[in-house]
Write a protein that binds this ligand. Sequence first.
Ligand SMILES: *Cc1c(COP(=O)(O)O)cnc(C)c1O
Length: 392
Amino acid sequence: MNSPEPMPFVDLAAQRRRLGGQVEAAIDRVIAHGQYIMGPEVAELETELARWGGVRFAVSCGSGTEALLMPLMAWDVHGGDAVFVPAFTFPATAEVAVLLGATPVFVDVHEDTFNMDAGSLQSAVKQAHDLGLRPRVVITVDLFGQPADYTSVASVAQEAGILLLADAAQSFGASYQGRPVGCLGHATATSFFPAKPLGCYGDGGAVLTDDEALADVMRSVRNHGQGTSKYDIVRTGINGRLDTVQAAVLLEKLRIFAEELEARDLVATRYSEAFSGRALTPALMVGATSAWAQYTIRVPDRDRLARELKASSIPTAVYYPRPLHHQPAYAGGVVPPTGLGAAEELARSVISLPMHPYLEAPTQDRVITAVLASLDGTVGTQTLDGPGGGRP
Ligand SMILES: *Cc1c(COP(=O)(O)O)cnc(C)c1O
């Protein structure tokens, strides 16, 4: 038997075919005008991003990690400060706190949405106080594309007197109770890493905010702490600028972004219908849409599923195999006395399937058929709680 044709996990080539020569033309324009650093496309992109996010200001930068770092620097987060982060996320979320000398305090998540549990945040704030740390910022993560439970998290943050930084690296384009991602925290960081829902052709990121003073300080931080003139240095900053070429690429990609989000949503809906009752599918909160950066299910034996899909030339990925508090680099972080059970359970059971806007119906069918066939082989040994406990 011939082995089936391989399929990409994220199909950037299909997007490129769709865009035709537009991206190349946009890059050529930058090369022609020669303003490679902070050229006109950067300002144009920032205007567009702010409009998408429903805020007054967008400050572009060199990566999603810098987009997390810059607001923390602007808020002067430093040693002795507690920064609350979910234990189940990409390393950058905790990394930026540690880089500034602050202590990451790990917060548990909800197993069904993968996002921060506001109750766990509340206990973590108390624990930080007890340890003599100064609670400063909570970084919520919109994992796999769905906004976190902002109503609950914001109310805990407000009560604790801490700032809310949204890590929207995976969720740009999504919405929460009719409001776009971008206006749900004091500041929102996003990433344009190529495989994110809105990706450029390299590294890139942006911070969105309604706070004019914060936007001004971040622009200074982005450019070595510049004051009123080039060699008036008023604070320690970084080189955090986004290349003009990447801004030009993003402007072209933004033109088709709304359609791409719709296409992702159709794929996710189809997957969820097919897997309903057979695997634990991602739960969308009422009033939330997802940018579907990943489509992630939970199964009792993900290694077996990965192996069997691979045999059918279907790629899978595990985001993330280890919660951050088990990473050697973050052993100095604070863990609640009751542990981080949901984060640990997710790290054991999650597996992500191919997801992108150009996943055609026949390819979706191939994934669905192969997943169901593999899960059929494990019927009777399903041990997860919830709706995935057997055949319908
Ligand atoms: C990708 C990602 C980042 C970092 O973005 P980069 O552009 O790669 O620096 C931060 N947080 C989350 C949740 C991410 O997925």
